[in-house]
Design a protein around this ligand. Structure first.
Ligand SMILES: Cc1cc2nc3c(=O)[nH]c(=O)nc-3n(C[C@H](O)[C@H](O)[C@H](O)COP(=O)(O)O)c2cc1C
Length: 177
């Protein structure tokens, strides 16, 4: 299976990077092809809403790293969204990339995918991830994609909070599957 992973944290060795690493390792172990893009480290301009892509099919006014992500995304059978919880949603870095899906929206509607959500946040409240999960499921519903699974690590404000956690085990297993 071809998998695209988009991470959204500015921390290269942060909490969600640990979960992303486990998923990635699990996917490789199982023989999947996985391509990872750390959106915070890439040049991805925010969508201007200019509709250039709609006037000249699929062509964005920005020429940046998003072009290669979209090429891989079109071919992928699975997408993994990895983000720390920022104000109860995804980070701006990841959202910038998701907004740029707009350029190829019609093609994405015809390109079925399983989508996985992986997140970590400092809060312990069971409701802390509800808005993020609702957003993820709504994106999947709109694009005719399958919301295939979630790993939501609460009480995980720094990487050491994940030491020996079930979330890391689940991430590895999810990547393998
Ligand atoms: C700007 C900002 C907003 C945050 N908002 C939340 C939040 O709404 N809920 C929460 O539980 N944690 C919140 N956090 C904490 C992070 O989600 C948490 O520290 C996480 O482990 C960071 O993961 P990372 O190291 O992969 O970036 C926030 C952190 C920052 C810097």
């Amino acid at each position: 299976m071809k998998i695209v992973m988009l991470t959204g944290s500015p921390h290269i060795q942060g909490t969600t990077a640990l979960l992303a690493d486990e998923f990635y390792a699990g996917a490789l172990e199982a023989g999947h092809e996985i391509v990872r893009f750390d959106t915070a480290q890439l040049k991805i301009e925010p969508c201007l809403g200019c509709d250039h892509c709609r006037i000249i099919s699929g062509s964005c006014v920005h020429e940046d790293d998003m072009n290669q992500i979209l090429d891989h995304l079109l071919e992928a059978e699975a997408l993994v969204l990895v983000t720390p919880l920022y104000y109860f949603g995804m980070t701006a870095q990841l959202k910038r990339a998701v907004d740029r899906f707009y350029a190829i929206n019609p093609a994405l509607l015809e390109a079925p995918k399983k989508v996985y959500l992986i997140s970590a946040g400092a809060d312990q409240d069971p409701w802390a991830m509800e808005a993020l999960v609702a957003h993820y499921r709504t994106i999947c519903r709109y694009l005719n994609w399958e919301a295939a699974g979630e790993i939501l690590a609460l009480g995980a404000g720094v990487p050491r909070d994940l030491e020996g956690s079930e979330a890391l085990v689940k991430a590895r297993r999810m990547g393998k599957a």
